[in-house]
Write a protein of this length. Structure first.
Length: 191
């Protein structure tokens, strides 16, 4: 995996001009300087991760418990790392420790939730509903990464990260419903 000073310099490069017009022909530049089609599996995965991060930004506009807000901000930075890793083939930014952090948060937040006896519907409080939207976008990003991984060699940590994150977002939706004074919206069979 790449970790040369040249790669570090590229990762540190900041855009000073947004409208470059270099993508007008349907290609886009990757962090290693190569170009690829805007409909490639890699760009689809990058786009899904970016959409997830944007939806987390929407969730962060809601009233949230301080510890949940802090965790989500941490996750946003991790997702930016994940997008950076995807933008430079062969580069590693997402580490197993970041996956373990999600496992710790899962254990922490799940510990005080009642056991589920029924499926739950996305909803309840607005914050919980937005967390469910984030969860579904996360699952799509995970599927995009799996599709890319079937075509190219990828680091395992980003796929594992998205898998754990979707679970955490489900748990956080339940936490946020309770923080908002409500509870889970249960699916009713035969309704």
């Amino acid at each position: 995996m790449l970790d040369s000073p040249t790669q570090e310099t590229r990762m540190g490069h900041r855009l000073s001009k947004i409208a470059t017009r270099t993508g007008d022909a349907g290609t886009t530049g990757l962090g290693d300087g190569s170009r690829t089609s805007k409909d490639s599996l890699r760009i689809a995965a990058i786009g899904d991760v970016d959409e997830l991060n944007s939806n987390l930004g929407v969730l962060l506009t809601e009233m949230l418990p301080d510890d949940v807000r802090s965790a989500l901000l941490h996750i946003q930075h991790d997702l930016f790392d994940l997008g950076g890793e995807l933008s430079i083939p062969g580069y590693v930014l997402v580490k197993p420790e970041q996956v373990l952090q999600l496992d710790e948060w899962l254990d922490h937040y799940n510990a005080n939730l009642p056991r589920l006896a029924e499926f739950i519907l996305p909803g309840g409080s607005r914050a919980a509903a937005v967390a469910h939207v984030c969860r579904t976008v996360c699952r799509r990003a995970e599927r995009a990464l799996v599709a890319l991984g079937a075509q190219e060699a990828l680091n395992e940590a980003p796929r594992q990260y998205l898998n754990r994150l979707s679970d955490l977002l489900f748990v956080l939706s339940r936490v946020l419903n309770r923080a908002g004074g409500g509870s889970d919206v249960l699916w009713q069979r035969g309704r």
